[in-house]
Design a protein around this ligand. Structure first.
Ligand code: GCU
Length: 366
């Protein structure tokens, strides 16, 4: 089992050569270097729930980075994950969730988990795709029928087992699974958007990914890559005319305040992957590592129902707040979106994975 002191050694080693944050104050990296100490501190506090998002009274508090606000359901779900870990390991491990990208933007946290400076992080499918193109088929329009199909696939060892372990040798990253992002849609400051012409020339924020660039281009917009945390101000300042996401992120990030027209394009069902540092898992007692994985599988499946309820709740809130929701004619965007999906996979391995995922759909169509 890894002890707080050995993890402190490892974290300080991995942070040693890093550039200090500009701008003074408690820089992000200096803050990070205190993480393992927080774990030890929590143990000393003995059962006092003093840290937000943390299970305290455990020997080792695992850090989990999240890009979402505390109001997003993944935050509460990760806190429950920590509680499950604590219970299943008899208090040898717990977790603390760092929301709002406070440990770094998603792309940056991939490296920090790889280095062992953070134990786990939730990152969008696009970031994992940037680390390894083998994940591409998971992020393609039309690959999943619905979120139940997606969850089934993500828990199916025969389909994802090898892929989820594929980053271990080079990057020391283990994919434990993840959270559904549900269906993603488009939203704009001006609207409604009912046709390709309505979208012409509008700058739409996308995640930094080839699929999203192609998608927005195909439906008439001008794709504009930008980090998630900058979208609100981008829309507010008029640097962006719109963005794309699910209902839950749209509301929890308050994007409705600056882009009040929501268009149900259903362009793809996204996934947020949960990454863990492989050394951490290998250094844990085998039963504890197993317990952590089992706690995650339970958390992930439970989230699917939570997600459905939250999506309904957020849709109701959108209507209450005066958002215009447009459901365009399926003939307008769907064929263009489908074409992007079909054209993006070229490598035989990608096509094989795509087919395995499709075969796991309810009707089993490959
Ligand atoms: C969703 C997803 C995030 C992602 C974000 C984005 O909210 O859950 O992981 O970062 O979309 O568009 O960047």
């Amino acid at each position: 089992m890894r002890t707080p002191s050995s993890s402190r050694r490892r974290a300080s080693r991995s942070l040693a050569g890093s550039r200090p944050d500009a701008g003074g104050g408690l820089g992000r990296r200096r803050f990070l270097s205190s993480l393992p100490v927080l774990g030890a501190g929590a143990a000393l506090l003995g059962g006092c729930a003093t840290q937000e998002g943390a299970v305290t009274g455990v020997d080792r508090v695992l850090s989990i980075s999240l890009g979402q606000a505390e109001s997003h359901p993944s935050y509460g779900s990760l806190v429950s994950f920590g509680e499950r870990i604590a219970e299943a390991t008899d208090g040898r491990y717990g977790a603390r969730v760092y929301a709002n990208n406070s440990l770094g933007d998603q792309q940056e946290t991939v490296q920090l988990v790889s280095d062992g400076a953070i134990d786990m992080a939730v990152i969008s499918g696009t970031q994992i795709e940037n680390s390894s193109p083998r994940f591409l088929p998971m992020n393609v329009p039309g690959v999943f029928d619905d979120i139940d199909h997606q969850n089934r696939v993500m828990l199916d060892e025969a389909i994802v087992g090898e892929l989820f372990a594929s980053l271990e040798p080079q990057m020391r990253l283990t994919v434990l699974g993840g959270y559904t992002q549900g269906s993603r849609h488009l939203y704009t400051a001006q609207g409604p958007i009912e046709s390709v012409e309505d979208l012409a020339g509008l700058k739409i924020r996308v995640q930094e990914s080839e699929i999203f660039l192609r998608l927005i281009d195909a439906i008439g917009g001008v794709p504009t890559p930008m980090a998630y945390s900058e979208v609100y101000t981008g829309l507010q300042a008029g640097v962006l005319d719109g963005a794309e996401n699910n209902e839950v992120s749209y509301v929890t990030q308050r994007h409705y305040e600056v882009a009040g027209h929501f268009t149900l394009t259903n362009h793809l069902i996204g996934f947020d992957f949960l990454l863990a540092n492989t050394d951490l898992l290998e250094e844990m007692d085998e039963r504890d590592a197993e317990a952590l994985r089992a706690a995650w599988a339970e958390t992930q499946s439970e989230f699917v129902e939570i997600w459905k309820q939250e999506t309904e709740k957020m849709t109701a809130q959108m209507l209450d707040r005066g958002v215009t929701i447009t459901d365009p004619d399926p003939e307008v965007f769907a064929p263009l979106i489908e074409e992007v999906g079909l054209s993006i996979l070229e490598h035989p391995d990608d096509l094989a994975l795509y087919e395995a995922i499709r075969a796991a759909a309810e009707g089993g169509d490959a």
